[in-house]
Write a protein that binds this ligand. Structure first.
Ligand code: NZQ
Ligand code: ZN
Length: 380
């Protein structure tokens, strides 16, 4: 096992009716800016419950943080927050609202343009914030990461700031999610775990089994959720899987990959394709191209997650990759680029961008522009 330091300060407040706890979670003397997405919270009761919990408190609302939050929108929120002198933020929504709020929290204490902070990659001098999560997927409710887009230049980059002080997770509030958002959330959670697991075996038995436990849970609940998106216990397991999948926990002492995510972000930046949908296409391609490097772990994954024990080494690896792709298809997602109208032009552009930035992703640091091309070609 590799050395590590782990501390996750986010207080998780989980379950039915827990939004009512907000008044005790936010210090009474704070002026709070509440941030929202496009309005789904008005249709599922979340907005009303938040207003009720914070009745009589000094609050300002900012609406309109879009999926894949953009710097163009976030600049407006920062200007409003500065004008109103807010000193606490409450993000109410999905990963996009929470990610956007992380940049707002740092932007409020920064004099220049907040895009500078995104290019710098991190800033922890920031206003404190909490969240009310409405879609299980990103883990943003319990990590310090964010991903910010710039429409003008079709760019999308990770940014790191502080962890939320608290996050309220009420599985009932996910009942209004459309089927496609649920599918993308399951795919995102699955791939988060794979990015921290599908490297080499034998580094940590306990971390491998935590990761496999989350993957097995997703495989078990996905068809049941597809049949009934309003089952409390299923959505509770999904929600907790998503949080545990990217709160730093399954990464303790083990190598990580993240190449699939970095390639996926380019597909979103260039085509607007939803985050989880990009991963369902790219992950099988990554596994096909890096099957030798990841072979020993693919065998372990195939056996423990999919019960693949028969056949030669190569057959078992083929089968593990095929089962992964079938899983994404069973969610109703595309797994090949042409299904989303993406072709050779985009592959060349992703290669060009990776080369221009001189990046090397993956546990072996070998996913550069040329390798990204091979991976995307394997998704055709
Ligand atoms: O905007 P509203 O009207 O609220 O609608 C949203 C949005 O259209 C809707 N929605 C959310 N909760 C709902 C609901 N609709 C009905 N009922 C509900 N309960 O769902 C749509 C998608 O929301 P969004 O927040 O964009 O989804 P998600 O949580 O998947 O976030 C995606 C963003 O997070 C980034 C992605 O790149 C993408 O920008 N990620 C953030 C990460 C992190 N911070 O650690 C890691 C991830 O890998 C990911 O990159
Ligand atoms: Zn993701």
């Amino acid at each position: 096992m590799e050395n590590f330091i782990f501390q996750n300060p986010t207080k998780l407040v989980f379950g039915k009716g827990m939004i009512a706890k907000l008044s005790r979670l936010i210090p009474a003397d704070r002026r709070v800016m509440i941030t929202f997405g496009g309005g789904s919270v008005r249709r599922n009761g979340v907005y009303d419950e938040v207003c009720k919990a914070l009745a009589g408190r000094d609050t300002v609302e900012f609406w309109g943080i879009e999926p894949n939050p953009s710097i163009e929108t976030l600049r407006k929120a920062i200007a409003l927050g500065k004008e109103k002198r807010v000193d606490f933020l409450l993000a109410v929504g999905g990963g996009s609202v929470i990610d956007g709020t992380k940049l707002i929290s740092a932007g409020l204490l920064y004099d220049g343009d907040a895009w500078d902070l995104v290019l710098k990659g991190s800033e922890t001098h920031a206003v404190p914030f909490g969240t009310v999560l409405t879609i299980p997927a990103t883990g943003s409710e319990m990590n310090n990461g964010a991903v910010i887009s710039r429409h003008e230049t079709k760019e999308k980059y990770p940014f790191y700031s502080n962890y939320p002080r608290f996050s309220v997770l009420d599985p009932e509030k996910t009942f209004t999610l459309p089927e496609r958002q649920v599918a993308c959330g399951i795919a995102d959670t699955f791939v988060h775990v794979m990015e921290q697991y599908m490297t080499v075996p034998g580094v940590s038995r306990v971390m491998d089994r935590w990761a496999e436990g989350i993957l097995q849970t997703l495989v078990e609940i996905a068809p049941k959720i597809r049949a009934n998106r309003q089952d409390y216990d299923l959505m509770a397991d999904f929600m907790l899987s998503a949080t545990m999948g990217l709160n730093g926990f399954v990464a303790l002492g083990v190598p990580q990959d993240w190449a699939t995510h970095m390639i996926g972000h380019e597909l979103t930046a260039l085509h607007g394709l939803t985050h989880g949908a990009t991963l369902a296409i790219v992950l099988p391609g990554t596994l096909r191209v890096l099957r030798e490097q990841k072979g020993a772990k693919l065998l372990q994954y195939g056996e423990r997650v999919w019960g693949i024990t028969a056949g030669s080494r190569e057959e078992r690896i083929d089968c593990a990759i095929a089962r992964t792709e079938e899983f994404f298809r069973s969610l109703g997602l595309s797994t090949r680029l042409p299904e989303e109208g993406i072709g050779a032009g985009t592959i060349a552009e992703v290669e060009r961008r990776f080369n221009e930035r001189g990046v090397h992703f993956g546990e072996a640091g070998n996913v550069d522009g040329a390798m990204a091309r091979r991976i995307l070609e394997a998704c055709m």
